[in-house]
Design a protein around this ligand. Sequence first.
Ligand code: ISE
Length: 343
Amino acid sequence: MTLRIGVIGCGMIGTDHIKTLTTAVSGVVVSAVSDADATRASRAARVAGGARVVADPDELIVDPEVDAVLVASIEETHEQFVVACLEAGKPVLCEKPLAPTPDACLRVVEAETARGQQLVQVGFMRRFDPSYVEMKQVLDSGRIGAALFLHCVHRNVDYPDRYGSEALVTATGVHDIDIARWLLGEEIVAVSSHRPRVSSRVRAGFQDPQFLVLETASGALVDVEIFVNAHYGYDVRAELVGELGTVSLMPPASTMVRIDGIDGQPVPADSRPRFAPAFRNELQAWADAAAQGRVVGASAWDGYAASVVADACLRSTTTPAAAVPVELVRKPHLYTTAKEQAA
Ligand code: ISE
């Protein structure tokens, strides 16, 4: 059976997903697209090889020729579209963040819990990146012992003007928050957020860089440098330090350039080349699971938990040097693992 996918939001990431679904994912077709901008929607429909343009996203969700929905519109619209997908009983992959606030994320969790069936996957694509997957395998194998530290670096070349300083945490650092929870397999219980000297290259009033310290339930520490006007390239790094050894990410590179006395690897300009395998694997895994009525990857609960941690980081900037506790609601049974149920 071919899974017919409807895509809401045809900006950079939505169109990139359409291209990947159309050229590199098996068993799917993008059957319908929708965007507030009709020109963008038509362009995306052509990328899909001739998808139907549906002007009203709510109509796309209930369209009988749409089996599953990918939401890549602006984050303020995510809750509304994801809840509509739940009401229509359709699997949905929602770009990160699940919604702009913890309360909005919790409403999605509650809507899904009330339905009693998981349909929501959140687009935390790093969970499908081969280098992070290997890092988790090394940790889970026990070879480096228990995790003590996770050091993360998240640098962008530049940043859209529409984003304020909070977005460094809620839209960018949220990837590192999710990957820390996933890699270490536990919740973050306290955070502190630091606002160091601002780069002189950024617009007035914009806080870049920022630095987060997250503490896990077992006491491991995660630090995250977020710097979104790093100019030289898109650079994501991580080193996991265990009791017996460490494991670091090796960003994919296919060439080594030697010129003018320098030996080096090119650095990509944004996340698309760096995480191309992750996006492809994520979309394939989502489509395969959706076709079987399952959800893989980050759940609505994960989207909610990441948002609560991000929100605590934002609150911590108003109380410098004091750790702010992270308080989650009780995890619904729907999201608990067999290990958690046995405990
Ligand atoms: C951006 O907000 C994203 O969502 C991308 O996935 C991420 O890789 C990038 O660094 C963020 O700034």
